[in-house]
Write a protein that binds this ligand. Structure first.
Ligand SMILES: Cc1ncc(COP(=O)(O)O)c(C=O)c1O
Length: 414
């Protein structure tokens, strides 16, 4: 297995990119779907922003300076760099806030645009924050949550089945636990046929799988900066608003940074043109600078190469698991074109097994109640990493090494 992995690494067109990341010796990192690795460029960039732009230029850096600055346009500038990764035009994407906050803004916008309808349709088991955001609006009488199993989604949009009440279809493109991927184009069309708008959560998609928001006709999307975009812990998220809605959409968190003229300090809110009205408060510039480095690296590699490597890696890992760990049941779709850049396995002792792996330097993660999840960040994970992880897992399972009290202690973050 290791020989085959080494041969694949030698032929890998992305092999040089691994050295552009900080990857600790002795660690196999298969959790870039939760927190991307640190690009080396980020360290130098943050040091420049802290020392020169903030330290020397102080508040002048909100405008362009000799040292760079231009902080005020960071949300739009970074959004434009994310756009080609998700099939959007540069002026349709903006980097701001968290996914959670952007969800609330866009659910609120959709409900206003589809007046007379209140239902937000989603699936049970969607990422919790997506559902909690709907529930927050529901508690204020502004929305009604309807959850339907994924294979019944198209039926639920049929007018005969209550589809006429649906204001918004809100789905996560790649499921965080299983990696299952929705057919974005087909569901977007079904929702539009029912008179509903569509909001896609791309948190596990952007930078990992092919996404073409405009080809699918999507209305809105949100996505995460700290996973496959390598923007750093708690990095700002991004939001997409299709150009055709730029004149009409109104989001409810009407902060001063989303005003048409923030520095006119008017008493009355007037939305900025286009996607800029997604802004609320002052952008976190240090976090934005880190996000920009991660995004630039992904943009440099380009989605075609990222997707090809991601699929090759997960196929290699899946085949090795079937051979060496046959008792781990894969719950991700078998076809790499139908799943995210991850493979998930079900095991009653998944938590302890995950901890035993981490003790050996193989970092994947656990998702309650019984999922062991491995993410393949294509920019820096090697085939040798994949082989090493399978070998370690096979040894842990064969020896029963996972069955120790220290591996059953639940930490706050799993
Ligand atoms: C699908 C999905 N949506 C939303 C989030 C949460 O995003 P944020 O912490 O930026 O609100 C996550 C985090 O893992 C996620 O996986």
């Amino acid at each position: 297995m290791l020989d085959q992995a080494r041969a694949l690494d030698a032929a890998d067109p992305l092999r040089e990119y691994r050295s552009r990341f900080e990857l600790p010796e002795g660690v196999i990192y298969l959790d870039g779907n939760s927190l991307g690795a640190l690009p080396k460029a980020t360290k130098a960039r943050l040091s420049h922003v802290v020392q020169r732009e903030w330290g020397s230029d102080l508040i002048r850096s909100w405008n362009a300076t000799e040292n760079g600055g231009d902080w005020i346009t960071a949300p739009q500038r970074i959004g434009a760099k994310i756009a080609p990764l998700v099939g959007a035009q540069p002026h349709e994407v903006i980097a701001c806030d968290s996914v959670s906050v952007n969800l609330t803004k866009l659910i609120g916008a959709a409900l206003t645009m589809n007046a007379g309808r209140t239902v937000v349709l989603s699936e049970p088991g969607n990422f919790p924050t997506d559902l909690y955001m709907v529930q927050g609006l529901q508690a204020r009488g502004m929305a009604e949550q309807r959850l339907v199993a994924r294979d019944k989604m198209i039926e639920a949009l049929d007018p005969k089945n209550g589809g006429r009440d649906v204001a918004l279809l809100m789905l996560t493109h790649v499921h965080y636990k299983t990696g299952e991927m929705f057919d974005m184009a087909a569901l977007t069309k079904a929702a539009h046929d029912a008179g509903a708008l569509v909001l896609w959560d791309l948190s596990h998609s952007g930078g990992a799988v092919p996404v073409d928001l405009n080809a699918a006709g999507a209305d809105f999307a949100v996505g995460c900066g700290y996973k496959y975009l390598n923007g750093g812990p708690g990095a700002p998220a991004y939001a997409f608003v299709a150009e055709r809605h730029h004149e009409t959409f109104r989001q409810p968190i009407t902060g001063w940074m989303g005003h048409a003229q923030p520095f006119a300090f008017s008493d009355t809110y007037e939305p900025a043109p286009g996607v800029s009205r997604m802004l609320a408060g002052t952008p976190p510039i240090l976090a934005m600078a880190a996000l920009e480095c991660g995004v630039e690296l992904m943009a440099e590699i380009g989605m075609d190469r990222l997707v090809a490597k991601s699929r090759a890696l997960s196929e290699f890992f899946g085949a090795a698991m079937a051979q060496h760990c046959p008792h781990m049941r894969c719950v991700s779709p078998a076809d790499p074109a139908q799943r995210g850049s991850q493979l998930s396995f079900r095991h009653a002792e998944a938590y302890a097994i995950c901890q035993a792996l981490i003790a050996r330097g193989v970092i994947g993660d656990f998702r309650d109640p019984d999922i062991l999840r491995f993410g393949f960040a294509p920019a820096y994970v090697s085939f040798a990493d994949a082989a090493g992880a399978v070998t370690a897992l096979a040894e842990i399972l064969d020896s029963g090494e996972w069955d120790a009290p220290e591996f059953r202690q639940r930490a706050a973050v799993t």
